[in-house]
Design a protein around this ligand. Structure first.
Ligand code: ASP
Ligand code: MG
Length: 421
């Protein structure tokens, strides 16, 4: 039994859905297919929920954009009298109904209730399409199986309950193929939650772990895991295999190839993760697994870029030391504001922290820290991590740049640099 995950780029239009169907039809084994929202629809839903929450009448334009996008895909796949039309209309009616009512006061809650429709729509369309193509499958609403707490937008999985519910429903008794949603879950009171952006990989890993899959395959628009993001670095190369540990390090440092939470459930049950190209389905991708035979030192440098960084420098106002008690207070402030610390450097009087700039800016954090400390900050920075660095790699990528902070361990060099203009 395997778990496949298809991301937004692999289901962005009618043509890519046909490609996906051809990949799925190539497997006659038991299969669970986890799918994200189509194309950039999660971003579109985010825009919609912002407008809705603000009470902005533009919400209806944003709603229509989403509706037209899906209808265009359906028109490319089905006859006009197909039974899918009323089903999709009913989903849009539910969204419309929600948008017509006043939002609650909790943005993150409203976000989960609306943005989750991206996955409900995509899986509904895909399931109908595969059945029409005689790839018989069953559509599953994962919210009945994947139960979480109510930490909206970043919900935590209830492993015990989900571990019981998932195999009960995905039991392969009468079906070989299930189609279900990534990224979403529900509380025990049946309120929809989401697992954090790009969380569909994580869903695939959860299902792989609970169902003891042979492997989890993530189908992407790249040939596998590359040693550098082509958006920022030249000459990326594919890495044929890597250990779970290496994969965790890469995602932690900001490599966007898989969701950071994906590895743990797979590592815990020794299930390999295969990253493959849906554009070249016959090519070997990257296999992440427990093979520790890769010797350190043999690995090629891996370059990871984290954009939108701000360096916050925090000092005691009265020339006293930056001690553990102050640091505990500072870290608690970051944690409460759900801000991630990417790099830390400490001196007698200062603590310097690089963090992601949140959507709403850094002022909230700065004001909070300023209650007890002097605070300065520099934005417009990027954090470059080079795993398995060499002097040549550093020279090529860093030496000409304006470096604000730098740290090296045996395997990893990290540089906080000014963004190129
Ligand atoms: N559709 C969600 C997102 O774009 C989840 C995912 O794609 O993994 O963040
Ligand atoms: Mg997506």
């Amino acid at each position: 039994m395997q778990v496949f995950k298809f991301g937004g780029a692999s289901v962005k239009d009618a043509k890519s859905l046909k490609n996906m169907a051809s990949i799925i039809s190539g497997y006659d084994d038991k299969l669970v297919v986890v799918v994200s929202a189509m194309g950039k629809m999660t971003n579109a839903f985010e825009d919609l929920v912002k407008a809705y929450f603000k009470g902005d009448a533009l919400k209806w334009d944003k709603f229509n954009l989403i509706k037209n996008f899906h209808n265009q895909i359906i028109d490319g796949l089905f006859e006009s009298n197909d039974e899918i039309y009323p089903v999709i209309d009913a989903l849009f009616f539910k969204i419309e109904d929600r948008l017509s009512r006043m939002p609650s006061l909790n943005f993150d809650f409203e976000y989960d209730q609306l943005v989750s429709y991206g996955e409900i729509l995509s899986t509904t369309i895909i399931s109908y399409y595969l059945n029409k193509e005689e790839i018989s499958n069953k559509w599953i609403d994962i919210r009945f199986l994947l139960r979480t707490d109510d930490n909206w937008r970043e919900a935590n999985v209830d492993w015990e309950l989900s571990g019981k519910l998932i195999p009960e429903t995905l039991n392969f008794k009468d079906e070989r193929l299930y189609i279900t949603q990534g990224f979403i879950g529900a509380t025990t009171s049946d309120l929809t939650t989401t697992l954090g952006r790009e969380g569909s990989d994580y869903t695939a890993a959860i299902l792989g772990h609970v169902l003891e899959a042979e492997q989890v395959v993530v189908w992407k628009d790249v040939p596998g895991i590359l040693n550098a993001d082509p958006q920022y670095f030249e000459h990326p190369r594919k890495i044929a295999s890597m250990t779970y540990r290496e994969a965790v390090e890469l995602t932690f440092f900001g490599a966007k190839v898989i969701h950071p939470k994906t590895i743990k459930p797979l590592e815990n049950s020794g299930i390999p993760l295969h990253v493959r190209s849906f554009l070249k389905p016959d090519a070997k991708g990257t296999i992440i697994g427990s093979d520790e035979s890769e010797k350190p030192g043999k690995q090629i440098p891996v370059y990871i870029m984290k954009t939108r960084q701000v360096l916050i420098t925090i000092s005691q106002p009265d020339f006293s030391f930056m001690n553990e008690e102050s640091m505990a207070w500072i870290f608690a402030a970051f944690s409460e504001l759900r801000m991630k610390i990417n790099m830390i450097q400490q001196s007698a009087l200062n603590l310097s922290i690089s963090t992601d700039i949140p959507e709403h800016g850094v002022l909230q954090l700065v004001e909070r820290l300023a209650e007890s400390f002097e605070v300065r900050y520099n934005d417009g920075l990027e954090l470059i991590t080079i795993r398995h660095y060499t002097p040549e790699a550093i020279e090529a990528e860093i030496d000409h740049r304006n470096v604000y902070l730098e740290q090296k361990t045996r395997n990893t060099a990290r540089f906080l640099v000014l963004k190129k203009r």
